[in-house]
Write a protein that binds this ligand. Structure first.
Ligand code: ZN
Length: 255
């Protein structure tokens, strides 16, 4: 097979993460709108007066120019119109949730697969977190809506056994979704969720971030949502990003 040549291209990107590479270089991963996730080798990026420094800081997004490869490392050449999520950068909690949300998207999709819908969703989600929207709720919405990308598609619509929608629900891991009160006896290991938690899980599964105005969730319901989503991720998804640990630690400081 001939070596794939790098193609010069302009792209919209949001920085997912960067890591040290060799003495002076950085590896930088962008989610691009046009080409999916791409890893870039940035020569000399650790030098103090590096020309593109502002363009590759955490929580930066904008329009960039690079030499893009179908596989392997791409190269970043220049940028225009970059901006930073200042509110996220300045707040350790927002920072932790935004980082975790980005690592979930990184895990959910393979590199070089264009996912413009998720690029747009991520940009909206980060903007909401940046401007003061509850970062726990935004993160929960991503966690629920990303389940399908991880190959888990819970039925949040109706009872997985009889398809009724008018009775109280619970969640059954065995049935892979909601079950109604008439069928609670079918699964002794159902999660025994309260109706508020069920309400928000169903809402989060369909909510459109572009239309999100306000959502108020009590601390008690937030805890319950955290618990059930953790359960879904550890039992059904099976991958948990490292950045989740920091969120778990933040949770312990809350009373
Ligand atoms: Zn039923």
């Amino acid at each position: 097979m001939p070596l794939a040549k790098a193609k010069p291209a302009e792209f919209h990107g949001v920085l997912l993460y960067s890591k040290a590479y060799r003495e002076r270089d950085l590896l930088i991963k962008f989610l691009t709108r046009e080409f999916g996730k791409k890893m870039f080798l940035v020569h000399g990026a650790k030098r103090p007066k590096f020309r593109l420094r502002a363009a590759i800081l955490p929580f930066t997004y904008g329009t960039y120019f690079g030499d893009l490869k179908a596989d392997g490392l791409s190269y970043l050449n220049n940028y225009k119109n970059i901006d930073h999520f200042q509110g996220i950068t300045a707040d350790i909690t927002k920072n932790a949730y935004a980082t975790y949300t980005m690592s979930l998207i990184d895990l959910a999709f393979q590199d070089s697969l264009p996912i413009p819908k998720w690029y747009d969703q991520l940009m909206i989600g980060l903007k909401l977190i940046d401007t003061g929207f509850d970062e726990e709720i935004i993160t929960n919405i991503f966690e629920i809506q990303l389940l399908a990308a991880f190959g888990v598609a819970p039925n949040w619509v109706d009872c997985s056994i009889c398809h009724r929608r008018d009775l109280p629900f619970d969640y059954s891991e065995a049935y892979g979704g909601l079950i109604c009160q008439n069928h609670f006896d079918r699964d002794p290991y159902r999660l025994h969720l309260d109706q508020k938690t069920i309400y928000f899980l169903r809402l989060f599964s369909v909510v459109d971030l572009t239309k999100l105005k306000t959502i108020k969730v009590s601390d008690q319901t937030k805890k319950s949502l955290r618990k059930v989503i953790d359960q879904l991720y550890s039992n059904s998804v099976g991958v948990i990003p490292k950045s989740k640990r920091f969120i778990d630690q933040l949770g312990k400081f809350k009373i």
